[in-house]
Design a protein around this ligand. Structure first.
Ligand code: ZN
Length: 434
């Protein structure tokens, strides 16, 4: 019989996330196609996923669901007949959405369809041709530099045809229908930190909520970037009114600092909760104001929705050298950093679940805490402890306007101390919920 592990849940979760990332890494994903389906099938082995297929041509806000792209093989053969670029060795070798091609081209023509990174000569770049029907290969600068004059055979065995856009949705029902939205993109091929880390973290977060009774309903979206969130918003506009808090999860496995990009509102409860948790965890982190560039927060925070959705990452997109290259691989992400990110997300959920407003039932003068056993028996010391300080702050600021998180921030106390004080005061009838 298997023994029950006593290790903290997150240590196991770090390994579980790495295993999931390893399993998903080889799959050639794009914004549509079988790579996304296979990815969602595997995620669906961990959590129940509702899979949606939205037909090509469907009008979604100002966009149209594109043709579906699938690829079986691709290569470039040099004049000697050797495969010098081979999709089967790395799926980044073909620009995503490349149209089918089977031709012989000169070196000059090949180079017009070839991307490389002169500053990182061993890395393969990640490129896409989503919204322009074209084809391209990507290779290391070393390979490109080695090419000699002559005729090259190029083959891309792909299809770009009417089909569907696929996305996955998992909902954990809470006591209320007010929602927390967690969104991650699942449209990148073999890239570990940018896309797979977010998928793995979202999966483990959702798995961790199983059998838990929560106040909020949690909605997890596994969607292709941009077109996926636009599609979801177009199909679910009525549901957006229920979204109270949201986070876009991406780039959560690298060794960099935690980075929080605030919602467009900038002062939403999610912004406050994330920053409180990052401060109380200690250590450095970075807080960025909203900008209309990045991941799907751009869509959730477009002015017609303006949802309270921020993005919590480690190193943000575009700010690490391996970003969108073959070096964003299994070595860049670790169980340790994934688990640390997961911890932060769980602490944020914890704060959101318990944050609320109260009204002091004895607001004229301080109620006498000593006779209720709430205050330490020994007086006269120079200062009071955090728990007694929390009692006084909660009583003073609980006028129905200040939330526990507001109080914790203003008093410089940990949310947990403030919440414990509120529980004790409520139990003695000194607070009532607003
Ligand atoms: Zn990306």
């Amino acid at each position: 019989m298997a023994s029950v592990s006593n290790r903290p849940l997150t240590a196991n979760a770090g390994q579980a996330m790495m295993e999931l990332i390893r399993e998903l890494y080889p799959i050639c994903r794009s914004i549509t196609g079988d790579g996304v389906r296979e990815t969602l099938r595997i995620v669906g082995e961990h959590i129940p996923l509702e899979i949606r297929e939205i037909p090509t041509g469907t009008q979604v806000l100002d966009w149209t669901v594109p043709k579906e792209w699938n690829i079986r093989d691709a290569y470039v053969k040099d004049p000697g007949g050797r495969k010098i670029i081979d999709f089967r060795r790395h799926n980044l070798h073909v620009a995503s959405y490349s149209v089918p091609v089977r031709r012989t081209v000169t070196l000059a023509e090949l180079k017009q369809h070839l991307f490389s990174l002169p500053d990182q000569p061993d890395w393969i770049p990640y490129r896409t041709t989503y919204y322009k029907e074209d084809w391209a290969f990507c290779a290391s600068q070393r390979v490109v530099d080695s090419l000699e004059e002559g005729d090259y055979e190029v083959c891309i065995d792909s299809t770009l045809a009417p089909g569907a856009l696929t996305f996955g949705e998992h909902v954990h029902r809470g006591r209320t229908d007010e929602e927390v939205l967690i969104s991650c993109h699942c449209c990148h091929p073999s890239l570990a930190n940018d896309n797979l880390s977010g998928i793995a973290l979202s999966t483990l977060l959702a798995e961790g909520l199983k059998d838990q009774e929560t106040r909020y309903t949690y909605r997890f979206l596994f969607i292709p970037g941009t077109i996926g969130s636009i599609t979801w918003l177009a199909l679910n506009e009525a549901k957006t009114a229920k979204i109270r808090h949201g986070l876009v999860a991406a780039c959560v496995g690298d060794p960099g600092l935690m980075t929080y990009k605030k919602s467009r509102r900038g002062n939403a409860e999610i912004d406050q909760a994330v920053l409180h948790v990052l401060r109380q965890r200690g250590g450095d982190f970075e807080a960025l104001d909203f900008s209309p560039y990045g991941y799907d927060e751009r869509q959730y925070c477009s002015p017609g929705f303006n949802l309270p959705v921020g993005s919590l990452t480690r190193t943000p997109h575009g700010r690490y050298p391996e970003y969108h290259t073959s070096a964003d691989n299994l070595e860049l992400v670790s169980a340790e950093h994934l688990a640390d990110s997961l911890d932060a997300y769980r602490e944020i959920f914890h704060v959101l679940e318990r944050n609320r407003r109260y009204r002091n039932t004895h607001p004229k003068g301080e109620p006498q805490l000593g006779k209720r056993g709430l205050y330490g028996p020994v007086g006269g010391g120079k200062s009071i402890g955090a728990s007694e300080s929390a009692l006084l702050w909660v009583l003073n600021l609980s006028d129905g306007e200040w939330s526990l998180l507001d109080i914790a921030d203003r008093a410089g106390l940990r949310f947990e101390n403030v919440r414990a004080a509120a529980d004790a005061l409520e139990a003695h009838g000194l607070l009532e919920r607003v």
